[in-house]
Write a protein that binds this ligand. Structure first.
Ligand code: FE2
Length: 284
């Protein structure tokens, strides 16, 4: 079984790198941590980077997960190939671009690009955003799925994810004590469905709602409170239609043995306890 330890970073292609940098830095509140030709790196916590925008096709998106060792990486590549997934072994140059020791790339059954990385670089410097968004770190991704049951099997049987809750057929999956690190949302395409950063408090969620609304950023859901993870949340649209989320107060599942996954309805009440309604296709 592939033991995912944590989510590591997201890589997003864009045809407007300057615009994407402006959004990520001045609106989302991330810190530019590095630049290379055609790419800008952003940090949101103790890691060297958790988001990279690069010049390219906006459909070119990848999410990375940390695994424990190069031996585990080799095993993961072998077992994925056995299941007929095409596996790309990252070159030294590609690994350097990602600030990791080694990595492999493959596609999940829907076609989402997944990277498994070993020894991602930490930063010796604290994160401090250019605006006071209250970000405490990159925390989870929503992924598109064209078959939720099939992809749930992939993430829970081939990898170590466990179902925390389901909203309709959409599973919220954990790989550690955090309620969810991956969420699969049924739709007809592949891609990253949303990118989540945690913020310190509900005040930060509300503050960003006002700040970003004033700047004309398109709000797509919230402020609200998830009835699954109990997190207070806000979703808004960034470059190339990517949905970003801030949330605060996500539940921890301390005792795996006592926890039972729960079923919530696939309507606004399954997403929000405050009555907010999503303007997000995959949440409808
Ligand atoms: Fe989320």
């Amino acid at each position: 079984m592939i033991q995912l330890q944590d989510v590591s970073y997201v890589r997003l292609g864009t045809r407007d790198l300057e615009g994407a940098e402006f959004f990520a830095r001045d609106y989302l509140g991330l810190e530019v941590s590095d630049r290379s030709k055609g790419a800008v790196y952003f940090k949101s916590d103790e890691r060297a980077h958790t988001l990279c925008y690069f010049e390219g096709d906006p459909a070119d998106q990848a999410v990375a997960f940390v695994i424990g060792s190069e031996a585990e990486l080799e095993q993961a590549a072998a077992s994925l190939e056995e299941m007929n997934h095409q596996v790309h072994l990252g070159t030294a140059e590609e690994a350097a671009i990602r600030k990791v020791k080694a990595f492999i790339r493959f596609r999940d059954p829907t076609g989402n690009t997944i990277e498994l990385v070993v020894r991602p670089e930490n930063s010796g410097r604290r994160y401090h955003g250019t605006r006071d968004a209250g970000i405490t770190g990159f925390s989870h991704v929503g992924l598109c799925t064209t078959d939720a049951a099939r992809d749930e099997r992939f993430w829970t049987r081939v990898c170590n994810a466990r179902v925390s809750d389901r909203i309709g057929d959409a599973p919220l999956l954990r790989i550690d004590e955090v309620h969810h690190t991956i969420a699969l949302f049924p739709t007809n395409r592949a891609g990253i469905q949303h990118v989540n950063h945690q913020v310190k408090s509900a005040d930060d969620v509300q503050r960003s709602f006002n700040y970003l609304s004033e700047k004309g950023v398109k709000m797509v859901f919230g402020p609200g409170r998830h009835v699954t993870s109990m997190a207070k949340f806000l979703y808004f649209e960034g470059p190339d239609g990517m949905v970003f989320e801030y949330s605060s107060g996500v539940e921890s599942i301390a005792d795996e043995l006592l926890y039972r996954e729960r079923q919530f309805p696939a309507d606004p009440t399954g997403f929000c306890g405050w009555g907010s309604k999503p303007d997000i296709a995959e949440f409808k």
